[in-house]
Design a protein around this ligand. Structure first.
Ligand SMILES: [Zn+2]
Length: 366
């Protein structure tokens, strides 16, 4: 089933750059570092090569990724590879998110970090990666190009890519403000929104409220990681803030579910991630079923496909089998994701056309 879903055009709206890194690249980077004596390969090789990681092993891998991805060249390289991997899953629009980092040892500022990510956008080779907004003089090259061909041969597959800058819960308000400022300055380079993420038991989300409010006042859409742990005050505060999207929303209580449903705030659902990180006990118990039943806006996403050993196609196949959805129903869900992207309306129209064209091919399949 995952193979069938691979053929269907899809959108990915919740994927962290570092968590999407290829295992093969991670292993290569670890080998280079071990030659320099920075780490012992045998201590990390097992967790890199393993597929079915426990929660502790996932944390270990996140720590390792953090250690191995510290310079501009590596940031650009993993960005390029991650986009190519999503394109290989037939993702036509990708909103990648990442926390801009400072690393004085290698002369990295938050700005140069984001520039390295954008350099990765431009370095994509296997598909045509389009990351610039439609205003100004920029033209979309081929509106519905997916499988068109020209006299010079088949056109290259396209993926539209945009960037969300994440505020990490470990940061100070000043750090968060710097990230928002950077996002505002880089709006014409492909940055389309702000995310709040990081260890849900670290820090308080209210710390970042002035930065999030500043982003909102400037018209930057916001998505918040919400309800990964039961934190009543925080969950209620986030729902009251009414961000443009919410990620996860696992640990809600009855009244909060009611508020969420009334709000119509689209939810980024990450099935495998939620099970691996033990936010839900099993996929069968996942709140997707209830939210889908009441027609709440939902988007299927991977979160960290590298760390959780999944793909967006696999997430669709999982949803189909666990919640007994037909291909037509799930295709509709994939198509609806267009409504919830943070990029401009012109791009929404383009994506809608691509999905409608695909609907003729895929949605009628039982
Ligand atoms: Zn996430």
């Amino acid at each position: 089933m995952a193979e069938w879903w691979r053929g269907v055009p899809k959108l990915e709206l919740h994927a962290h750059l570092n968590g999407s890194i290829r295992s093969s690249t991670l292993l290569e980077l670890a080998k280079e570092r071990s030659k320099k004596g920075d780490l012992v390969l045998s201590e990390v090789e097992g967790v890199i090569l393993k597929d079915d990681r426990s929660l502790q092993e996932c944390f270990k891998l996140f720590d390792l990724i953090h250690v191995l991805t510290t310079d501009h060249g590596t940031i650009s390289r993993i960005t390029k590879e991650v986009i190519e991997d999503f394109a290989a899953e037939n993702v036509i629009y990708l909103e990648l998110r990442t926390t801009p980092k400072k690393n004085e040892a290698v002369g990295m500022s938050k700005r140069s970090y984001v520039e390295a990510v954008l350099a990765g956008f431009k370095a994509v080779e296997t598909v045509k990666a389009i990351h610039l907004p439609s205003d100004g003089n920029i033209q979309y090259p081929d509106e519905v190009t997916h499988k068109n061909s020209t006299s010079e041969g088949p056109r290259m597959q396209q993926i539209f890519v945009r960037l969300l800058l994440s505020i990490d819960r470990r940061e100070s308000l000043d750090g968060a403000m710097e990230t928002v400022q950077l996002a505002l300055e880089m709006r014409n380079s492909g940055v389309v929104g702000i995310d709040l993420s990081g260890n849900p038991v670290v820090g308080e989300w209210q710390t970042f409220l002035p930065a999030l409010t500043c982003a909102r006042k400037q018209g930057l859409p916001i998505t918040l990681h919400c309800g990964e742990v039961p934190n009543r005050e925080e969950i209620q505060g986030m729902l009251e803030f009414r961000p443009e999207r919410l990620g996860h929303v696992c640990c809600l209580e009855d009244l909060e579910w009611k508020t969420l449903k009334e709000s119509d705030i689209p939810v980024e659902v990450c099935l495998t991630s939620n099970v691996r990180t033990e936010c839900v006990t099993s996929i069968a118990d996942h709140h997707f079923a209830d939210l889908y039943r009441v027609k709440h806006p939902l988007i299927l996403c991977t979160d960290d496909p590298g760390v959780f050993s999944t793909t967006i196609s696999r997430e669709y196949a999982l949803a189909a089998s666990c919640f007994d959805l037909t291909k037509t129903e799930l295709f509709q869900l994939a198509k609806n994701a267009v409504n919830f992207i943070f990029a401009d309306n012109k791009l929404k129209e383009t994506l809608r056309l691509i999905m409608e064209e695909a609907e003729c091919v895929f949605a009628g399949t039982k």
